[in-house]
Design a protein around this ligand. Structure first.
Ligand code: PAF
Length: 285
């Protein structure tokens, strides 16, 4: 199914599907597909949509010292996986097609981009919001599907859509996990066997955090300390952050009263992994 759709032809094709009465869904990805990406396609199919998947490793969202050059790529494998999953159109634009000129226009979602991952990856969310805005303009979808693993990314995109009145419904899909609980990520391939074994502590510590809330812990700082201590004790991971924040606006919380997200980023060697868990006081979601 590998196809080099150009923006103009893609638009014409998608408009044709719209005229037939089809809803259009986009599943934006950077490729190296795993079960998590395929679950987004599944949800899009369930919505009865014509599914466009984009595969584009977006240089704009990588810092100068990050892994843009070595980000895993396997278009042939991705293409068969996408086809098997029922993707109707695979959009794999060349760099020059997406960025024919240096970008003078960027989409910055202030405040939401400055916390959590935004602190250690300055410019990252501007890169994400800009490419997603471009993809939305290219495909003009009714629905867009994103994984909840990138919780902050979803919040940034939701806010962009709302602030800019984009006619797209953003849906987030639960995190796909390996059998032992590790959140699936294209970057997991970088992990050594030892790091892979240790990385399960991220999931386990989030579960312990959620259990502590259920048992009555209401102090966000105490919870963060509990999770940090477990990660330090059980792995060689280098903690970037462990933070409990308001699940809707990502603002800091002191006392846990409503829905919160426990979010973390931990480096194993050069590999930075993220994970999160949304917890409501009383009901764990
Ligand atoms: O989540 C990703 O893979 C990327 O950030 C996205 C949304 C495809 C934008 O490049």
């Amino acid at each position: 199914m590998i196809s080099t759709w150009f923006i103009k032809e893609l638009r014409a094709h998608v408009q044709g599907e719209k005229r037939k009465g089809k809803k259009i869904a986009i599943v934006p990805t950077m490729g190296y597909l795993h079960r998590g990406h395929l679950s987004l396609v599944e949800e899009a199919k369930r919505a009865g949509a014509f599914v466009v998947m984009s595969i584009f490793v977006n240089p704009l969202q990588f810092g100068p010292k990050e892994d843009f050059g070595r980000y895993p790529r396997d278009l042939e494998r991705d293409s068969s996986l996408a086809e098997e999953a029922g993707v109707d159109l695979l959009f794999h634009p060349a760099l020059e097609e997406m960025y024919p000129e240096p970008m003078l226009t960027l989409v910055e979602v202030k405040e939401l981009d400055a916390v959590l991952c935004g602190k250690s990856r300055p410019g990252h969310f501007t890169g994400v919001a800009t490419v997603v805005a471009k993809l939305f303009n290219i495909v003009q979808p009714d629905l867009a599907f994103f994984g909840q693993k990138d919780y902050q990314q979803v919040q940034v995109i939701r806010r962009m859509v709302s602030d800019l009145n984009m006619p797209v419904e953003v849906r987030s899909v639960p995190i796909a996990r390996a059998e032992d609980g590790l959140a699936l990520s294209s970057r997991n391939v970088y992990l050594s066997p030892q790091q892979r074994a240790e990385a399960v502590v991220l999931y386990q510590s989030l579960e312990e955090g959620a259990a502590a809330i259920r048992k009555g812990e209401r102090s966000a700082r105490a919870l963060e300390n509990l999770i940090r201590a477990k990660i330090k004790a059980e792995s060689s991971g280098d903690i970037d952050y462990v933070e409990v924040r308001d699940a809707a606006d990502l603002k800091e919380v002191t006392e846990i009263e409503g829905p919160v997200v426990i979010a973390l980023a931990v480096k194993f060697g050069q590999t930075r992994l993220i994970d999160n868990k949304v917890v409501e006081v009383g009901t764990d979601v």
